[in-house]
Design a protein around this ligand. Structure first.
Ligand code: NDP
Ligand code: MG
Ligand code: MG
Length: 336
């Protein structure tokens, strides 16, 4: 059984004599920095000059410095920068500011587990990862509740790594809900597997295959889009709220019967074998190597695949249908 830490297992005084430098003020960064401040922790933020977030953090009363300066001033340094940039920023701006007794922290294990960042001797390395997007982490904290989280210690040089990591988790509200003990390896590998095999790669390829099957059989693409893509949200929301049992309770009996008789027809032993292959590529570091090299090469495959995906028929049909749904006006700017 998993070990779970709650408020009573964590003591904020482990951060009493520390300055926590939160690097980044994006989804996770703003939630961590603001909640740590509200918890009475001495917190500063590190950003690049010209960052949109600089004023936002200062307006909340949090001192903001460049990443290098914040890393130097902080004794606990939480890296909440984009994962694919962490190694480069670490080498240039973070490492020079670390000294023995400090703790380097992450919310995702990729850079440490795959050896893109190797902390110097005397420096603790730990992870605190809320299991939710930053705005929910912040919203729940403000409501006096918390989002469940993960905690892991990769390197304990001071004997204080776990106490400091748990204090951090308490400072952002996670121990109110419960924090699961894990390792950098487990967090990294399960995260990558989940997004590839199920959440992102799995779901989108299932939707697309269903859409294409109906369109190739002569049905109208709009009908195919509604049935195979758009309605996924209704089903997932029910599972999120009450598991597959609530979802199956809410759908029609016909849909529930169709659900059962499809089990084993679509996701077969072959599919499970493919999933094992995906997991092996993650465990062996092959996926990590390819993604790191892809970034070094300027992401040629990434951008080609992105263009192809954006140009697919289902995306054009989806855009047309969404324009008829007045409540769906996304204000998120999509980069090229
Ligand atoms: P975001 O992309 O939301 O935020 C990144 C931050 O880094 C921004 O404040 C951005 O500021 C800043 N930044 C970007 N480039 C640079 C640079 N070159 N120098 C200095 N600052 C820079 O990231 P997330 O919060 O989503 O992710 C942070 C970490 O948290 C990752 O490790 C991720 O895996 C992890 N995580 C994320 C979760 C989530 O729900 N999003 C959940 C759990 C973990 P600006 O661009 O304004 O300069
Ligand atoms: Mg991920
Ligand atoms: Mg239907």
């Amino acid at each position: 059984m998993a070990k779970i830490f709650y408020d009573k297992d964590a003591d904020l005084s482990a951060l009493k004599n520390e300055t926590v430098a939160v690097l980044g003020f994006g989804s996770q960064g703003h939630a961590h920095a603001m909640s740590l401040k509200d918890s009475g922790v001495d917190v500063i933020v590190g950003l690049r000059k010209g960052s949109k977030s600089w004023k936002k953090a200062e307006a909340y009363g949090i001192p903001v410095y460049t990443v290098a300066e914040a890393a130097k001033r902080g004794s606990v340094v939480m890296v909440l920068l984009p994962d694919e940039l962490q190694a480069e920023i670490y080498a240039k701006e973070i490492a020079p500011g670390l000294e023995a007794g400090n703790m380097l922290m992450f919310a995702h294990g990729f850079a440490i587990h795959f050896h893109q960042i190797v902390a110097p001797k005397g420096v603790d390395v730990s992870l605190v990862a809320p299991k939710g997007p930053g705005h929910i982490v912040r919203r729940e904290f403000e409501a006096g509740r918390g989002v469940p989280g993960l905690v892991a210690v990769h390197k304990d040089e001071t004997g204080k790594a776990e106490a400091r990591a748990l204090a951090y988790a308490k400072g952002i509200g996670c121990t109110r809900a419960g924090v699961f003990e894990t390792s950098f390896r487990e967090e990294t590998e399960t995260d990558l597997f989940g997004e590839q095999a199920v959440l992102c790669g799995g779901v989108t390829s299932l939707m697309k295959a269903g859409f294409d099957t109906l369109v190739e059989a002569g049905y109208q693409p709009e009908m195919a889009y509604f049935e195979c893509i758009n309605e996924m949200k209704l089903i997932v929301d029910l599972i999120y709220e009450g598991g597959m049992t609530l979802m199956r309770h809410s759908i029609s009996n016909t849909a529930e019967y169709g659900d059962y008789i499809t089990q084993g027809k679509l996701v077969t032993d072959e599919t499970k074998k493919a999933m094992k292959g995906i997991l092996e590529d993650i465990q062996s570091g092959r996926f990590a190597r390819d993604w790191i090299l892809e970034n070094r090469a300027g992401r040629p495959s990434f951008y080609a695949m992105r263009q192809n995906a954006r140009n697919s028929q289902n995306e054009a049909v989806g855009a047309q249908l969404r324009s008829m749904m007045s409540w769906l006006k996304s204000d998120i700017e999509i980069e090229e």
